[in-house]
Write a protein that binds this ligand. Structure first.
Ligand code: DUT
Ligand code: MG
Length: 240
């Protein structure tokens, strides 16, 4: 069964096993299926840690995380891994073809599925502009991609699984405003709930929900308009 992508955090706190201090304090929010959720906050605020709880890369200490109303500790990890696409902050590409790089982790993906994912990730046109297309080699013997092209390639890799939830950890930082907006709209069109960690106000403008983290606490949450009205820190980020 597929997921709709509603995500709920209910009084979630978390600390890494080997550390003393909690990294996330009493986080509560909920998103509708297909929503775009922007996560902002200074370096070290807890953004990567927060999204890592959703596919159970880590386990919260208190509180409950739910997907489509189900406590994720009751779901099996294989189901979670299929349902959630995760694009980590550090991009990993290997020497091989573009096709192999997109299919990494889902080696049974068909070329059609790979192309569909690349289109959704807004990288298909770039790929077919290369003489070898999807057979283009990456790495020392192949083409060098720009930062934004690498980001979109790794987003395509996550989308090959057709996830109901996509976690983008700073994965659009090198994209221009228009390409990013097109990507977010395309994800909306396929009803993929998207968590986007970002430092850019341009990415929060169209988010259904913005989560503003400060030192592991949820300083504010709401739409762009709501935060602009109610949150001094958000106003400052907006004006800077
Ligand atoms: N932390 C650990 N162990 C880890 C990872 C992080 O103790 O394995 C700490 C570092 C930091 C806090 O957790 O004090 C939050 O880190 P996180 O990586 O979640 O912060 P971020 O908001 O993603 O920061 P950045 O914008 O630099 O990626
Ligand atoms: Mg991070």
């Amino acid at each position: 069964d597929t997921i709709n992508g509603a995500v709920t955090f209910d009084h979630v706190s978390f600390q890494y096993p080997d550390t003393q201090a909690a990294v996330l304090h009493d986080i509560s929010f909920e998103t509708k299926p297909g929503a775009t959720v922007a996560i902002m906050g200074a370096t070290g605020a807890g953004k990567t840690s927060l999204v890592g709880l959703i596919p159970r890369l880590y386990e919260q200490n208190t509180g409950v995380v739910k997907i489509d109303g189900k406590d994720i500790t009751t779901l099996n990890t294989e189901y979670l891994r299929d349902a959630i696409g995760y694009v980590p902050q550090e991009i990993i590409l290997f020497t091989g073809t573009i096709q192999d790089n997109i299919a990494w982790g889902k080696e049974d993906a068909t070329l059609d599925e790979i192309i569909e994912a690349a289109k959704l990730a807004q990288i298909h046109d770039t790929i077919i502009s290369f003489p070898m297309g999807y057979d283009t080699m990456l790495g020392q013997k192949g083409v060098n991609l720009s930062g934004g092209q690498k980001q979109r390639l790794t987003i395509a890799r996550a989308l090959v699984r057709k996830p109901g939830i996509l976690l983008l950890d700073d994965s659009t930082s090198a994209l221009d405003i228009r390409t990013e907006a097109t990507l977010l709209q395309a994800l909306r069109d396929v009803a993929c709930t998207t968590f986007l960690i970002t430092q850019k106000i341009s990415s929060t403008l169209h988010a259904d929900l913005i989560l503003l983290l400060e030192d592991g606490s949820l300083l504010a949450q709401g739409s762009h308009e709501e935060l602009l009205e109610n949150c001094v820190l958000y106003q400052r980020i907006y004006e800077s």
